[in-house]
Design a protein around this ligand. Sequence first.
Ligand code: SF4
Length: 226
Amino acid sequence: MTADTPLPEPPADCPLCPRLAAFRAANRAAYPDFHNNPVPSFGPDDAELLIVGLAPGLKGANRTGRPFTGDYAGDLLYRTLLDYGLATGSYDRRPDDGLQLANCRVTNAVRCVPPENKPTPAEVRTCRQFLERELRSLTRLKAILALGRVAHDAVVAAVAGRGSAFRFGHCGVHQLPNGLWLIDSYHCSRYNQNIGRITHKMLRSVFDAALVRRPETSTENDKTLH
Ligand code: SF4
């Protein structure tokens, strides 16, 4: 597998979540210029850091076809990736803005846009097969940054099985049974930014925690920073 090898992605007409498939069809009719398909991951497949969000936003990733691209959440996420040299170029809310990720990849726990940004637990479970495939394919992966509790739970279930005792907590750091580090953050959604639950400074603290994580740096299984 090289950085240029496409990883397995859901088919454009993935039928596995009937409610989301119906929503996709309705959005194709309402917004024919939008992507309106499962949104593929973005970034090289030899990345050491994977960022996992919740799901595409209707007029963000579902419109542009690139995770976190075109909405408020992406402004903060890509600004922070650029801060840390995890992206090069410039972010301009368009999939053809020339932005490239460096040693980092971005995906979502659920690949299709859900109504009101709320996938059901069954939809998260169903789409987890694509997250699992992704995790198996990223052979150089060392750390996963989960944006929000749903992403955290999806990653834990994919790696450690459901019911595993890894609790979500902002800036929480967990070592998963396969040696990967999982770092938690509040999601950088517009709502969370508006109420001050997540700020640029807070997200930078999460990246500080993520970027020092290497399997040899600690033997603790579950550690929460401040
Ligand atoms: S959310 Fe995932 S599993 Fe469900 S229809 Fe979309 S791609 Fe398929």
